[in-house]
Design a binder for this molecule. Structure first.
Ligand code: 5GP
Ligand code: ZN
Length: 120
């Protein structure tokens, strides 16, 4: 289970490998962005590094440059989706208690509707 290496039973590693289909909206050599299968807003896109890290903190500690790239790519997707004017939200659920169900770091990019604060 080396950080950065693909994990056999990881859903998002399978999407990166092309073994599970996804509606991809942006991809670079380091990052892939695809539509969430159960959208919580008119725009709900998951932005992930191709490499497997458990969560945002692990990614940030081990690969800070890649963490920055992930944020920049998320911003590029938001711009492509026309969210610059009204804004958007990036969410990194971390740990099962916070709602993380897939343990391959992913930014939820949410927008296209009003977003309440604080979140639930
Ligand atoms: P988490 O709960 O870990 O923060 O987010 C996992 C997200 O992955 C959820 O929003 C869920 O809807 C999404 N998801 C789960 N399975 C699939 C899948 O097979 N394809 C896609 N595109 N999204 C998925
Ligand atoms: Zn993975």
């Amino acid at each position: 289970m080396a950080a950065g290496e693909p994990e056999a039973d990881c859903l998002f590693c399978k999407i990166v490998a092309g073994d599970v289909p996804a509606t991809v909206v942006r991809e670079t050599k380091d990052v892939i962005a695809f539509a969430d299968i159960n959208p919580q807003a008119p725009v709900h896109i998951l932005v992930i590094p191709r490499a497997h890290y458990q969560n945002a903190g692990e990614l940030g500690v081990i690969e800070p440059e890649l963490a920055g790239t992930l944020l920049a790519e998320a911003a590029a997707v938001a711009a492509d989706e026309g969210l610059d004017e009204n804004g958007y939200r990036l969410v990194f659920n971390t740990g099962a208690g916070a709602g993380q169900t897939v343990f391959h770091v992913h930014a939820h990019l949410l927008g296209g509707r009003g977003l309440n604060w604080p979140p639930g």
